[in-house]
Design a protein around this ligand. Structure first.
Ligand code: NAD
Length: 516
């Protein structure tokens, strides 16, 4: 297949009025479709369910974005059966044909971009630029994994001994259960799904209950792209109701999960026990939470550091697994950086993300609002709140203002994942102390260092315990193919989505040796 070289999808330029107008028109158009219903899709057939998920706008919870069918164990069984049957033909479909489905999905996503961004604003509470970045990532995953499959389709070179030929190639695995979070509702769902299907597997696609309409839209795109019936089976539902069932079933070959540590570890545990008729050790790809730190050294460019702390901590209201939730400041620059961070964070515009100039919208849901607020109450006892007012009535939107606590490293707000706009600032004696504090945490997803000291950067390159380390820039916004993404420690299995090792996780490697 002759494909142009991979390159990342460019972000929209919001200073271009044509883009602003197109986005306004899409928001208007999408608002006339709010409240519509979406069934399950199993083997290409629409399946209604008794229960439904009522998905609401987090910036205005009285507005229903859509009503999405909620699967029970019965429909989960139907989906597993369908995916198992469909695997027989899809696993034998040539890789080029599988890759074309992804490339077509990417083209459709480009054509439907503004519409999809408008759904993200309504259902995910995403400001425009955040919505655009995560949608560009979805397109990137499709383009990148299509090319990765073409690179790997004939296997990789190994050595042979004289008189024999040794070959090493990949085969599809089977039925995969894809379980996604709400915070990158199209990107992560598309990335995990497309990698699985292009590798020749069939899947059950379970979006988060908080962004199931975006899940349904993503499913529409896979169908429009020509994924044959039964390859992608859309199974929205509550994780607590169908999750265990899908994970435990003997037909499930692998689980690809992104979400919280608690859920990921449960999946890992359940998948590990063998049940009757199970003929394989299930593979679990699990990418989980973070408590990501940015270290600011005494030699750093302090203005740039403060700006990037604010961008990393408060972008999408801190609801990125890569978000900076700890700023560890060298004592010599501590006061100055802190003052700059507070100043810049105060300048952020918080509000309903339908407006183009909003920097930070709501948190995703009432439970998330309650969780963040309980940490804010805790933080007030553990340290000093230097930024953040009490929020308004959650019934009028789940808005939490940017909040900053000055705390000691052992404070719970500085140790546990909050997943909201709450930053803990910690003072360090020197660079070694900062590195020690950063590493003293079970998570290990992203981390960053701002420094001009070459020795310190080289030390952190190897010693900072995180799967994704960034120097002198923000620590969020991983780019597919450029910054493969995955965590160390309790942040996950380090699968490195968007990188060269990702597709083989979805395949079985086979060695065949023939003596001549
Ligand atoms: P979550 O764990 O609550 O839910 C994730 C998914 O798991 C949802 O689809 C949910 O329905 C499902 N689920 C719930 N219980 C289940 C069960 N028993 N069995 C199977 N599935 C079940 O996480 P969330 O709140 O949706 O997402 C936020 C979390 O995701 C944060 O911890 C964040 O750090 C993490 N995250 C990590 C990455 C990464 O790449 N490491 C990326 C994005 C988000």
């Amino acid at each position: 297949m002759g494909l142009i070289l991979y390159k990342n999808e460019p972000y929209l330029d919001w200073s271009d009025l044509a883009n602003v107008e197109a986005m306004r028109a899409a928001l208007h158009e999408v608002s006339s479709h709010l409240g519509e219903s979406y069934p399950l899709v199993i083997g290409g057939k629409r399946v209604e369910t008794e229960d439904e998920i009522v998905s609401v706008n987090p910036a205005n919870p009285s507005q229903v974005v859509g009503r999405v069918a909620a699967a029970s164990e019965r429909e989960a069984d139907m989906a597993l059966e369908t995916a198992t049957k469909a695997f027989e033909s899809w696993s034998r479909t040539v890789p080029e044909a599988r890759a074309r489905v992804l490339l077509r999905a990417a083209a459709i996503m480009r054509r439907r971009k503004f519409e999809m961004l408008a759904w993200e604003v309504h259902e995910g509470g995403k400001p425009w630029a955040e919505a655009d970045a995560q949608f560009a990532e979805a397109i990137d995953f499709l383009e990148y994994y299509a090319r990765e499959m073409l690179r790997l389709k004939d296997g990789v070179e190994i050595y042979s001994v004289p008189g024999e030929e040794s070959r090493y190639f990949y085969q599809p695995m089977g039925v995969g259960v894809i379980i996604a979070p709400w915070n990158f509702p199209t990107a992560i769902l598309t990335g995990m799904s497309s990698a699985a299907i292009v590798a020749g597997n069939t899947i059950i696609l379970k979006p988060s209950e908080f962004t199931s309409v975006l899940g349904a839209k993503t499913m529409e795109i896979f169908e429009e792209a020509g994924a044959p019936e039964g390859i992608v089976n859309f199974l929205p539902g509550y994780g607590s109701e169908i999750g265990d069932h899908l994970v435990k079933d003997a037909r499930t070959r692998f689980i690809s999960f992104t979400g919280s540590m608690k859920t990921g570890l449960r999946i890992n545990e359940l998948a590990a026990s063998q049940i009757e008729n199970q003929r394989w050790v299930k593979r679990v790809i699990t990418e989980m939470g973070g408590k990501d730190a940015m270290i600011i050294d005494d030699s750093a460019d302090l203005d740039a550091a403060a700006a990037d702390i604010v961008a990393s901590a408060y972008g999408y209201a801190g609801q990125k697994c890569s978000a900076a939730s700890r700023a560890i400041l060298h004592s010599d620059v501590h006061d100055e950086v802190l003052q700059k961070v507070v100043e810049k964070a105060r300048a952020l515009k918080i509000g309903v993300p339908e407006s183009p100039d909003v920097n930070m919208g709501p948190v995703i849901s009432e439970p998330q609002f309650e969780k963040v607020m309980s940490y804010i109450r805790l933080g007030k006892n553990e340290g000093e709140r230097l930024l953040g007012d009490d929020p308004g009535d959650p019934e009028r939107g789940y808005f939490v203002p940017p909040t900053l606590f000055e705390v000691k490293p052992d404070a719970r707000v500085a140790r546990e994942e909050i997943f909201g706009p709450v930053l803990s600032v910690i003072e360090a004696r020197d660079f070694d102390d900062a590195l020690r504090i950063a590493n003293d945490n079970p998570y290990g997803l992203t981390g960053g260092v701002y420094s001009k000291n070459r020795d310190h950067l080289e030390l952190a390159r190897h010693e900072l315990n995180a799967g994704n380390v960034y120097f002198n820039r923000k620590i969020t916004g991983a780019l597919v193919g450029v910054q493969p993404f995955g965590g160390f420690g309790m942040s996950g299995t380090d699968s490195k989505a968007g990188g060269p090792d990702y597709l083989p996780l979805h395949m079985l490697a086979k060695t065949v040796v023939e003596r001549f």
